[in-house]
Write a protein that binds this ligand. Structure first.
Ligand SMILES: C[S@@+](CC[C@H](N)C(=O)[O-])C[C@H]1O[C@@H](n2cnc3c(N)ncnc32)[C@H](O)[C@@H]1O
Length: 203
């Protein structure tokens, strides 16, 4: 299968080549806490948690966080981040395309894991996200907008891979998900692109 694999991500962490890492929580988390989308008591999954800044912010907001990543170094950094702040979360070393929780979650915070997966995996990942959530649960997506010139010639360039909004509508159809009406908040990302912040509700 083409695209980045576990070795790719492990190397990125061990060589500290992590340009996606804000070194701080994503700014949309504070907005979602302020408007009540996120709050105490919520069980929430963070797939592809990376170095764990978002995990910490969600744990500090009172959420019961389960952080999933298949790169050991990512989980080590997340553990350090939590322990420096005296916070806790469940850390799971697993492939997001295979792992299943024992209980469905109230919410999923999807920050830069989807766009790290090669598009061949997107259908399977969309199915996973649906299985992980309880009915009425919320999928909080930061959809990376990074279409490059090669797309006009059919090239697939990434990671990050462009999360086309029409493709997302096809993968998360409105028969299965309640979509809010656009326009969606545009959140700048440190790698130079923007993300669309979208809260979908699982039907
Ligand atoms: C671009 S990084 C984003 C990290 C973090 N969410 C952030 O925004 O800083 C992608 C993360 O997803 C993880 N990842 C990629 N594919 C994965 C898979 N199939 N299963 C589990 N983790 C995966 C990588 O190890 C990496 O930590």
């Amino acid at each position: 299968m083409p695209g980045p694999d576990l070795d790719f991500w492990q190397q990125r962490f061990s060589q500290r080549q992590t340009p996606w890492d804000r070194g701080a929580p994503g700014p949309q988390i504070a907005r979602w806490i302020a408007d009540g989308t996120l709050g105490p008591g919520l069980s929430i999954a963070v797939p592809g948690c990376g170095s764990g800044h978002d995990v910490l912010a969600l744990a500090e907001a009172g959420c019961a966080v389960t952080a999933i990543d298949y790169a050991e170094e990512a989980l080590t950094l997340t553990r350090e981040c939590l322990s420096a702040a005296g916070a806790t979360a469940e850390l799971v070393r697993a492939d997001v395309l295979a792992w299943q929780p024992t209980q469905p979650f109230d919410a999923i915070y999807e920050q830069t894991c989807w766009c790290a997966l090669y598009p061949d995996h997107w259908q399977a990942y969309a199915r996973q996200l649906r299985h992980w959530l309880r009915p009425g649960g919320r999928l909080l997506v930061l959809a990376m907008q990074c279409q490059r010139p090669g797309a006009a010639e059919g090239r697939i360039e990434g990671p990050p891979y462009h999360m086309d909004i029409q493709m997302l509508r096809a993968l998360l159809p409105s028969t299965d998900w309640a979509w809010p009406a656009p326009p969606y908040e545009r959140v700048p990302h440190p790698i130079g692109w923007v993300e669309l912040a979208i809260v979908l509700t699982r039907r």
